[in-house]
Write a protein of this length. Structure first.
Length: 761
């Protein structure tokens, strides 16, 4: 396969395109596999944002291993490198076609451990082998071309990576089932093997190839290596922190996981390009972007999720380009190339460990985000926006120090006024006014790192940071592998929020046992719970997926059998053990709560286990995709009695879930009705709840708008439920919608922002 003839001269230029195509194709496959395998893992692992972050840790660790392997190969002649690497690719091919290993995770598996293990065992060798090809082929290119600068090929590598990520949600996921995706990737792997073999034939043999590359460049200093690592650390950590925000507040699907990673990869292509105009322009305005948008993200306005998402992605892109462009400026000679990429990979892996593994353990809130914003402000180049600002900071060292202390004092004074608002001097918008004043100081300090950092820290603290610190000190917040939970108190009620979405409200005093929010008596689930004694007798068997604050427990009646499924032990602690919410201790103190992924645990239950099953699992406002597939509904149907009811909560700001459930109902032979509840909607029923009629309870509830769908295989049971209360209507058809399956699902057809007809559905 490899030509053994001596090749004293570099090969003809017309063959150099092989290196570009090989790098592009390999990088395309490398980052196509990430969302593909994550999609395969959803039925096993669930859809929490932390699952993707754990997967990213595996990818970064494997990438680090691949870069270290490429660096180690530099000890042997180029042709020997080619033989070794082709052998590694051949051995890794035993893991084809790509997919998850066939195993069932223990029901009580710790996700932080099992997720990396599952991904590593399933795709580790393939990812390792492919990940090494980018630095390896760049070095081969330099050898084959007589010492040409190979760094531009890294830009091509990241264009291929970006293309793989974008191709998955746009072309691959909508067009192929998972089995087809796996075979498509296998064909691509064979193509990469052939392309790398073709590049290997262009390498001179033995020492003849080494003379084209200088080997006398000075090694980088330890401080320079640490600088490379820091410049790689911040964008990597910020990418995962941005991913957590997007997938917590919108939906946990690979399409949204791919956006931050795609922009992160695209930043390398921009930063490592030969044309420095665009990177230099972005680097000049990066401090301003960090100052203005970093504080906006910390404030986190709940009603502007899409705007916050755009701001977060723009901020990530600016920071990544600025840091990576600075790395490019500090790059070593080509003979030190693999060591440079190894340091970059170490920084990227450390950033992933910080945001994906350490931060959820150390912090009770996403403090990693403002810390990374501060670190970005300290690392990006500081350039005066206009000459006048530069003149402002001229003077003797003593004069410059005095200006710095004046700026710092002004920031602290404005911050104190903005927080305390003495005498109401700044009105109701005191925080915003104070932030603008601090931002002006920051703009005037851009170009001088120390005063700029003081202004940036002041802006982050003022515009949301101090409130987060107060909540942490008051023990109002807790964090787990699955997200951040915040408990807030007012005079009349206590609220549980996951991310930016309310997951439960408990009234205080005599009304503490009263169901609220999405679960009031007039809601779809409330009507079904009140009808359970009539439909199934006094010993009705009821299951609930998603515990929240435990509100639904107060529908329990003597003699009924209840079971809750909850994936997060921290939620169980909040609802049952913390004393902050008392629905369960008051209404169902002996509640059986099963911890683990609900779909996996329900699959382990005996058939006909439930008369009524309520599906109410959300991660912030994101519903886990694997709970809404055709196979998932088959699991629920098996667990229900022949006349059982399945209640599905579909309230969602960003996705129209009704088409998904309607398609599953059609394919599964379910009868379905829909309930759109509003708090002013009248509901009359004769059932009693805690000694009061349902209509009395409804008149004084704290209801929220909610959307519920009820499904059953028995038409008579459905008719009895509908006759007891108003508001139910038949499901309308959604022609042309393809139901979700474990093998195929795409969120594009149900995104409200993309389909005007679904915005009010």
């Amino acid at each position: 396969m490899i030509d053994e003839r001596e090749a004293e001269a570099p090969p003809r230029n017309r063959l150099h395109w092989l290196f570009v195509v090989a790098i592009l194709t390999g990088s395309f496959l490398l980052f196509l596999v990430q969302p593909m395998v994550a999609r395969m893992a959803l039925p096993k692992l669930g859809g929490a944002p932390a699952v993707w972050n754990s997967a990213m840790l595996v990818y970064q660790a494997l990438l680090l291993g691949g870069y270290a392997y490429a660096h180690w190969l530099g000890r042997v002649p180029p042709r020997m490198q080619a033989w070794i690497h082709l052998g590694v690719l051949a051995v890794a091919a035993f893991w084809l076609p790509i997919g998850l290993i066939a195993m069932d995770l223990p029901a009580d598996a710790e996700p932080a451990f099992w997720v990396p293990w599952l991904f590593g065992a399933s795709i580790g060798p393939l990812f390792f082998a492919i990940s090494a090809q980018a630095p390896l082929l760049q070095r081969w290119y330099s050898v084959a071309t007589g010492g040409r600068d190979p760094y531009a090929l890294y830009a091509a590598s990241n264009i291929g990576s970006f293309g793989g990520l974008i191709a998955y949600p746009v072309l691959v996921e909508p067009g192929f089932a998972l089995k087809g995706q796996s075979w498509l990737w296998t064909i691509g792997y064979v193509l990469v093997f052939l392309l790398i073999a073709g590049c290997a034939t262009m390498l001179p043999r033995g020492a003849a190839g080494e003379k084209h590359v200088p080997h006398d460049s000075a090694p980088p200093s330890r401080l320079r290596v640490l600088h490379w690592i820091a410049l790689a650390f911040v964008p990597s950590g910020l990418m995962l922190a941005t991913t957590t925000f997007l997938t917590t507040d919108i939906v946990a699907v690979p399409m949204l996981w791919a956006l931050p990673l795609g922009l992160y990869l695209l930043s390398f292509s921009v930063a490592f390009s030969d044309n420095r105009t665009f990177p230099d322009l972005l680097a000049k305005f990066a401090p301003v972007t960090i100052l203005m948008f970093g504080a906006t993200m910390i404030a986190g306005h709940q009603g502007l999720a899409y705007m916050n998402a755009l701001i977060g992605l723009l901020l990530l892109f600016m920071v990544a380009i600025s840091c990576h462009a600075r790395m490019y400026e500090l790059r070593p000679a080509p003979d030190r190339l693999t060591g440079f990429y190894l340091a970059m990979s170490v920084g990227g892996a450390l950033g992933g460990v910080f945001s994906g593994l350490l931060a959820p353990i150390i912090f009770d809130w996403t403090y990693e985000y403002p810390l990374l914003i501060l670190a970005a402000g300290a690392l990006v180049p500081q350039i005066f926006l206009v000459p006048a600002i530069g003149r402002l900071w001229r003077g003797t060292p003593q004069q410059v120090r005095m200006k710095f202390f004046a700026a710092a004092l002004a920031v602290m004074l404005i911050g104190w006024i903005g927080i305390t608002n003495p005498g109401g001097m700044l009105g109701e918008k005191h925080e915003q006014i104070a932030f603008l004043a601090v931002a002006v100081i920051g703009l005037l300090a851009t170009g001088k790192r120390a005063p700029y950092m003081v202004a940036l820290a002041g802006a982050l603290f003022l515009f949301g940071g101090y409130r987060s610190i107060q909540m942490s000190l008051s023990d109002a917040r807790t964090r787990s592998y699955f997200g951040v939970y915040t408990v807030t108190d007012s005079r009349e009620e206590r609220t549980l929020a996951h991310g930016t979405t309310v997951h439960g409200v408990q009234l205080k005093g005599e009304r503490s046992r009263q169901p609220t929010t999405y679960y009031v008596a007039g809601s779809g689930v409330g009507q079904a719970m009140l009808a359970a004694p009539e439909l199934y007798g006094p010993a009705a068997r009821i299951g609930v997926v998603g515990l929240g604050s435990g509100t639904l427990a107060c529908y329990a009646q003597p003699g009924q059998s209840w079971r809750f499924y909850e994936i997060d032990p921290e939620v169980v602690s909040l609802a049952r053990d913390s004393g902050k919410f008392t629905f369960i201790p008051q209404c169902l103190p002996d509640a059986r709560i099963i911890i683990g992924d609900a779909r996996l645990r329900i699959a382990q239950a005996p058939a006909n286990e439930f008369d009524l099953l309520a599906l109410d699992a959300f991660s912030s406002d994101a519903v886990p995709m694997h709970l809404l597939t055709r196979e998932a509904f088959a699991t629920y149907g098996r667990a229900l009695s022949p006349k059982g009811l399945l209640l599905v909560h579909i309230s969602n700001r960003f996705m129209a879930l009704a088409p998904i459930v309607a398609a599953a109902a059609r394919d599964g032979g379910w009868h379905a009705m829909r309930m759109s509840y509003t708090p002013d909607q009248e509901f009359v029923a004769t059932a009693t709840l805690d000694g009061k009629t349902a209509i009395e309870q409804q008149d004084m509830d704290a209801g929220s708008e909610s959307e519920w769908i009820v499904l059953t295989r028995d038409r008579g049971t459905l008719d009895k439920l509908v006759m007891r209360g108003g508001g139910w209507r038949r499901m309308k058809p959604y022609p042309g919608f393809t139901p979700w399956t474990d093998d195929y699902a795409s969120v594009l057809p149900v995104m409200r922002a993309l389909h005007p007809s679904l915005r009010n559905d």
